[in-house]
Design a protein around this ligand. Structure first.
Ligand code: HEC
Ligand code: HEC
Length: 244
């Protein structure tokens, strides 16, 4: 008798859990899928991982859903009750449980390509070393899905992240200055040139200022790497998950 009851309770509890996760899934579709896709194919952070950098615990996960991640594009949840946030958090955790902890490719070969043939470190910083002509990639594996990483490399202009506009200034003297725009107002524009040097130019001294709004200054690597090399490079980038 007790066993039957226990069995029944178990069945009910399990189906309640299914229910909760499908509610969570619906909420996820509505609030999160726009940026996170199915979890590992969105333009935002990859959620199909057992180790979320910003959300090691369930309470930090709910906290992120409630408040977003200040200073990033991850917004605070709008119009969600506490119970709904818990349901979405539960759903995100189920994504993590089925996560591939590794992907195809050899990350250490990928690192060699990154440092060598790709010349990526000339522009990107990882764990404090590298250049400053592109975004810091220390946590890029936690922030982007493998497919998004691939697009960044084979078609940089198709997946541009904001804040890295290249500008070309021609001064009255005829001198040309190129660099990543750091700051701009009505009178001045400051940029960081390819050598990492910061320059501020008075607009009154310029005859021409061109801004590459839709074109990334990152080279297109589609033809640089073989497809095996590309897989290794992505495995390396995907392994970059902050200080570990
Ligand atoms: C407008 C786009 C957008 C929406 C909508 C969005 N996110 Fe995010 N989310 C991001 C971005 C971008 C990041 C990466 C932030 C960073 O680390 O720079 C992120 C990061 C995260 C992280 C941290 C990942 C990690 O490895 O620590 C979690 C968890 C997360 N989002 C969950 C959610 C959930 C759940 C929802 C829906 C309730 C949601 N997000 C809605 C853009 C979005
Ligand atoms: C000349 C400088 C330069 C070089 C060299 C360069 N990048 Fe970039 N990279 C950038 C800039 C600028 C951006 C930001 C604009 C954009 O998204 O295209 C960027 C963006 C990225 C992004 C997207 C970041 C994000 O937040 O989604 C990834 C990934 C990336 N680069 C990886 C690489 C790899 C791997 C290499 C070497 C194979 C490389 N880069 C070489 C300048 C460079």
């Amino acid at each position: 008798m007790r066993l039957t009851i226990l069995g029944l309770w178990f069945a009910v509890a399990l189906s309640a859990q299914d229910q909760a996760s499908s509610e969570g899934q619906k909420l996820y579709q509505f609030h999160c899928a726009f940026c996170h896709g199915k979890g590992d194919d969105g333009m935002a952070a990859n959620l199909v991982t057992p180790n979320l950098v910003h959300a090691p615990t369930d309470s930090s996960l709910v906290n992120i859903i409630r408040n977003g991640i200040p200073g990033s594009d991850m917004p605070p949840a709008l119009g969600m009750s506490d119970a709904e946030m818990l349901q979405v958090a539960g759903y995100v955790r189920t994504l993590g449980r089925t996560a591939p902890t590794s992907i195809a490719g050899n990350a250490s070969k990928g690192k060699a390509l990154y440092m060598g043939k790709g010349g990526c470190a000339g522009c990107h910083m990882v764990q404090g070393s590298g250049g400053r002509m592109g975004p810091d990639l220390t946590q890029i594996g936690a922030m982007r899905s493998p497919s998004n990483l691939r697009t960044s490399i084979v078609d940089p202009s198709a997946s541009m992240v904001g804040g890295w506009t290249m500008v070309h200034v021609t001064l009255k003297s005829g001198t040309k200055v190129h660099g990543i725009r750091l700051n701009e107002d009505n009178f001045y524009i400051s940029l960081r040139d390819g050598k990492g040097k910061m320059q501020t130019v008075a607009k009154a001294d310029a005859t021409k200022i061109d801004r590459d709004i839709t074109k990334s200054s990152m080279p297109n690597y589609e033809k640089v790497f073989t497809s095996d090399e590309m897989t290794d490079l992505i495995a390396y980038l995907f392994s970059l998950r902050g200080a570990m």
